[in-house]
Design a protein around this ligand. Structure first.
Ligand SMILES: Nc1ncnc2c1ncn2[C@@H]1O[C@H](COP(=O)(O)OP(=O)(O)OP(=O)(O)O)[C@@H](O)[C@H]1O
Ligand SMILES: [Mg+2]
Length: 254
């Protein structure tokens, strides 16, 4: 059965989407079958894989409100070995539409359970909020991976996030585990990045991935070409880092 990893941090712009796209693509490059689920109305993972988010007949929105089936919402092999359930701005309204729905915390999980066995990994990109969308991601997931940007205030909000994960574990998904944290946008030219990494390590008890994602302009450029980093610039420092992360993720057993 596939391991589903929610990539979550309610802080914006920390590298959730960049990690979702490029971890998925490098896992697939290593022969794993991967499903990516975009649960963010911004749809950046969707466009990052080259889909035109405004011209999709079915998305996670239609899936969540019961207007299409999971296979209708699935776009296969957006790159070799990666399927995606995309998102766009329509999803922004879903919170209100779900208010009266029964078991609204489990809508995504129930759909994904029907296709879970088709994948080795399911990577779920979360929006920058602790909303019902993030809760749906966390009930679907086995683990939560938290990107932390190497900057001041890196720890801000982390305790809230850990608290939310614990609440979901207690009340909605007993088997949910912390996958760990991954440092992103590390700038080796400054002392700040190094200090942040040391400081965060001193203050948290969660697993810290050894791989550190460097700040790399190629990672920022790739989405505008609709390509993951391993296809956009396969020898870049960003591509190499995400390959190492994929190895570490594969090696970590739950
Ligand atoms: N390692 C990196 N090197 C250079 N730029 C990066 C790196 N990681 C992310 N970025 C850039 O930083 C910005 C924020 O990254 P990203 O979209 O992945 O964050 P996010 O957490 O998904 O944001 P949001 O909370 O808005 O969903 C983007 O412009 C992205 O291209
Ligand atoms: Mg994002």
């Amino acid at each position: 059965m596939g391991r589903a990893i929610a990539i979550a941090n309610q802080k914006g712009g920390v590298g959730k989407t960049t990690t979702s796209i490029n971890l998925s693509a490098t896992l697939a490059e290593k022969g794993k079958r991967v499903l990516v689920i975009d649960t963010d109305p911004q749809g950046n993972t969707t466009s990052g894989f080259g889909l035109n988010k405004n011209q999709l007949e079915n998305t996670i929105y239609e899936l969540l409100i019961g207007e299409c089936s999971v296979t209708d919402a699935l776009y296969q092999n957006v790159v070799d070995g990666v399927d995606i359930i995309p998102s766009n701005v329509n999803l922004a309204a879903v919170e209100i539409e779900l208010i009266d729905m029964e078991e609204k915390e489990f809508i995504l999980k129930k759909s994904i359970d029907t296709i879970r066995d088709n994948y080795d990994f399911i990577i779920i990109d979360c929006p920058p909020s602790l909303s019902m969308l993030t809760i749906n991601a966390m009930t679907t997931a086995n683990t939560v991976l938290v990107p932390i940007q190497c900057e001041y205030y890196a720890l801000e909000g982390l305790s809230q996030l850990v608290h939310t994960v614990n609440l979901v574990k207690e009340r909605l998904n007993n088997s949910l585990e912390m996958e760990g944290v991954i440092f992103t946008m590390y700038d080796s030219r400054t002392n700040l990045s190094m200090q942040v990494v040391e400081n965060v390590k001193d203050h948290i008890s969660e697993n810290v991935y050894k791989t550190i994602i460097p700040r790399n302009i190629r990672l920022a450029e790739a989405p505008s070409y609709g390509l993951p980093i391993n296809l956009y610039d396969t020898r870049s420092a960003g591509a190499e880092a995400y390959r190492l992360l994929a190895d570490e993720v594969i090696g970590r057993k739950f």
